[in-house]
Write a new protein. Structure first.
Length: 276
């Protein structure tokens, strides 16, 4: 009985470290629209702008994996946008090269403007971003970095001449323009083709150290926000996660107090059996 009790107590004492031994993934669904549409015939309150080519811009979800033991984070964007053969650029043949945007990161939570699906949220009223992962060079930046918006990237109002129904989403953060202080170097992984994700959709993964965004203690509370789109902003994904895996359905780690109560119950059961 003594050996059993010692084993249970040792397990309970190490419960905090065990809680962080397994990486936790939180999925953020694309429930963000963002404002606003620009062009001759803007399409209001639509998640993906464009009719026939909606799949070219569609973002399915964002999967955030935090590995506290390793002190790392990986943000996977599942999207039909990226074409690795074109190095993140899609030329529509009319002089507009729509490119893959950067990953914007908030380290003090996510505070969008308005209520879901946030049809009026844009760079003027939404979340302020403390860090950005620059897709062009694989580096992270903090401090006072400049932000290029979708209207800065699109030199005209319409991307397609066609029937005039194709426009871009105005005033959305797309890329770091200049400045900022480099805080780290991460890694970017592209899907090799458009069908090798579990959902049959392409993806891009941004991996970096928690310390690169100012989280030097991996066991501390984590409250993050993210924003990603292509340079036309025709689909935007934003969302947040918390340290308990919330914000999108990620698995939660049992609290040490819960484990303690369970352990004490086992000890009590053992003592009761010994008394009998």
């Amino acid at each position: 009985m003594k050996n059993l009790t010692k084993s249970i107590v040792a397990c309970l004492l190490s419960s905090s470290s065990l809680a962080f031994a397994v990486p936790v993934t939180t999925t953020i669904a694309d429930n963000f629209i963002g404002g606003r549409d620009a062009g001759a015939a803007p399409i209001i309150n639509r998640d993906v702008i464009s009719e026939d080519l909606s799949e070219a811009f569609n973002i399915d979800n964002m999967q955030v994996t935090i590995d506290r033991a390793a002190g790392t984070i990986a943000v996977k964007i599942v999207t039909e946008w990226h074409d690795p053969s074109s190095n993140g650029t899609f030329n529509f043949g009319d002089g507009y090269d729509v490119q893959t945007g950067d990953l914007f990161i908030s380290t003090n939570g996510w505070a969008p403007f308005g209520a879901a699906p946030y049809v009026a949220d844009d760079a003027s009223n939404g979340e302020d971003w403390e860090y950005v992962f620059d897709t062009s060079n694989g580096s992270l930046y903090g401090g006072a970095f400049g932000i290029s918006k979708s209207q800065d990237e699109m030199t005209g109002s319409l991307i397609f001449s066609g029937d005039g129904s194709f426009a871009y989403r105005d005033n959305q953060e797309t890329r770091r323009s200049t400045g900022g202080t480099q805080s780290g170097i991460g890694a970017i992984t592209w899907s090799t083709n458009a069908e090798n994700d579990a959902d049959g959709i392409a993806y891009v993964i941004y991996s970096f150290a928690l310390a690169d965004i100012g989280i030097v203690d991996p066991s501390s509370a984590i409250n993050l926000g993210f924003h990603w789109t292509m340079t036309c902003g025709n689909d935007v994904i934003e969302g947040g996660i918390t340290s308990d895996g919330g914000g999108g359905g990620g698995g939660e780690v049992p609290e040490p107090g819960t484990l303690l109560l369970a352990g004490l119950g086992l000890v009590g059961l053992g003592l009761r059996r010994r008394t009998k």
